[in-house]
Design a binder for this molecule. Structure first.
Ligand code: NAD
Length: 458
């Protein structure tokens, strides 16, 4: 179906009011949950075909999180959607004041390839829960997962409520020409800017979940062994293809050598002597990204890894010591299994490096020194932070997830996702039993009284 017809169909469905009926929404989300559970093996198969993503990571970072999101919505939707009574202004006396949450209407969700199942469906179901209709455009780079998402959604939803449009740049460009009521985009900064421009034509509100260079600061007081273990997990999970993966380490100078030694040990423990043979280590998503990453290794000092295989887009967990800030590796977001380690002498060194990049999506500090980590949290602007670990903030649906500046606009997750897809209508119901004459013209001799009214009632 052409995008224009599709959006017309969805607008008609929205106007029918059915997408806002809470029992209808819950019925559909329950059916989606069942379909996800029934398709668990197919989801693993698709993720494996796409980039050899291991089952454990698919469940832990995609299926499991999606199911808990659906459960949270089913449990809380009634409460979230209730009209909320707020204190009325005494200046308006007598009145009753409310906030009513209303869906925007037709929503376009555009998703990336790195968590191809979760990052497509998670924002989309928040939009559905809020009462919108959705067209979802998954990434063409993970075609097996994209096809499966389409199959699952076709079983559960009618096209006029929630449907999938497959395709790449050309198809997305056509979709972006339509007049949407909301656009939710997850992907790169460069494409985020294209989305924002397209949305601006109709002043369509957008959420942009983007990327950046996430610093990971390690100070002397940290438990170095545990830090190394957690860093290896955060950096090489999904072969480093995670928007909130630690991008680079900034270690206090005296502990850097020991940290590198421990990181090497932990890599071996996790993936064995030859990670290529490990069933737990995914591949780079495609040849273009493989080439991009290999290009980052040309002018740096590799102290661990570097082993590669073009045939299956394999790049070993790799550690790079002290790359120049002018190197390709330190230019932008790495988004792959290469971990640069820089060192610092003072807090001002940290500041110089972190602030030489755009505001990151995530900031990590490994330290037992509360004064130090609080100083870091205060000094930098970032989307979210974790002390003594990485990435785990994404899993808490009670925390908003999103970037700031170039790492994104707006938030998702749990109730915050629901709020994103609703407009807050302010409603005042004014009573007629009293009609104070003060506000009406002529205003002669009334200014003094007005000032008093503001002092007493405002
Ligand atoms: P991408 O920007 O290349 O693609 C994302 C989506 O945009 C895809 O569906 C793609 O088809 C579409 N697209 C690509 N080029 C387009 C164009 N010219 N016009 C219109 N649409 C276009 O991103 P990606 O490579 O899929 O994902 C990697 C990036 O996403 C990284 O930068 C990463 O940090 C970021 N990311 C952010 C989050 C987050 O939650 N903040 C999550 C995952 C990934």
């Amino acid at each position: 179906m052409k995008p224009k017809q599709l959006i017309a169909l969805q607008k008609r469905f929205f106007e029918s009011g059915q997408s806002r009926d809470i029992s209808f929404i819950k019925k559909k989300l329950k059916a989606l949950k069942t379909a996800v559970i029934n398709n668990e093996e197919a989801i693993y198969d698709a993720a494996y075909k796409d980039f050899k993503k291991p089952k454990f990571e698919v469940y832990g970072s995609e299926i499991g999180l999606l199911i808990s999101q659906i459960d949270k919505i089913l449990k809380n939707l009634h409460r979230w959607s209730k009209t909320k009574s707020v204190k009325a202004s005494k200046l308006n006396f007598p009145s009753r004041d409310y906030i009513r949450r209303e869906p925007f209407g037709s929503v376009l969700v555009i998703s990336p390839w790195n968590y191809p199942f979760l990052l497509a469906l998670s924002p989309a179901i928040s939009a559905i829960a809020a009462g919108n209709t959705v067209v979802l455009k998954p990434s063409e780079m993970t075609p097996n997962t994209a096809d499966l998402i389409k199959k699952i959604l076709t079983e559960v939803f009618d096209n006029d409520h929630f449907c999938v449009e497959l395709g790449g740049v050309e198809e997305t460009t056509l979709l972006l020409k339509q007049r949407w009521d909301y656009i939710f985009f997850t992907g790169s900064v460069a494409v985020g800017k294209i989305i924002a421009k397209a949305a601006a034509i109709h002043l369509t509100p957008v959420t942009l979940e983007l990327g950046g260079k996430n610093p990971c600061i390690v100070d002397v007081t940290t438990d170095l062994k545990l830090t190394a273990k957690r860093l290896v997990w955060g950096k090489f999970f999904n072969a480093g293809q995670t928007c909130i993966a630690p991008d680079y380490i900034l270690a206090e100078k005296s502990i850097k050598t020991e940290l590198i030694k421990l990181l090497k040990l932990e890599i071996k423990k996790a993936y064995g002597k030859n990670p290529k043979l490990s069933p737990y280590y995914p591949r780079i998503v495609n040849a273009a990204n493989y080439k991009r990453l290999i290009g980052m290794l040309s002018d740096v000092d590799i102290v661990h890894g570097g082993d590669k295989n073009k045939g299956d887009n394999y790049l070993c967990p790799t550690i790079v010591d002290n790359p120049s800030l002018d190197s390709k590796l330190m230019e932008g977001e790495i988004f792959g299994p290469i971990l640069p380690i820089l060192s610092y002498n003072s807090e001002s060194d940290i500041e110089t490096i972190v602030k030489s990049y755009e505001k990151p999506l995530a900031l990590y500090v490994f330290s037992k020194n509360k004064t130090f980590y609080n100083a870091m949290l205060k000094r930098f602007r970032f989307g979210g932070a974790v002390i003594n670990d990485s990435m785990i903030h994404f899993g808490n649906q009670n925390l908003p997830f999103g970037g700031v500046g170039e790492s994104g606009i707006g938030v998702c997750n749990g109730r915050f996702g629901y709020n994103t897809f609703t407009h807050q209508k302010s409603i005042v119901i004014k009573s007629n039993w009293l009609d104070a004459p003060l506000r009406y013209a002529p205003y002669k001799n009334k200014l003094k009284l007005l000032k008093k009214a503001f002092r007493w009632l405002g």
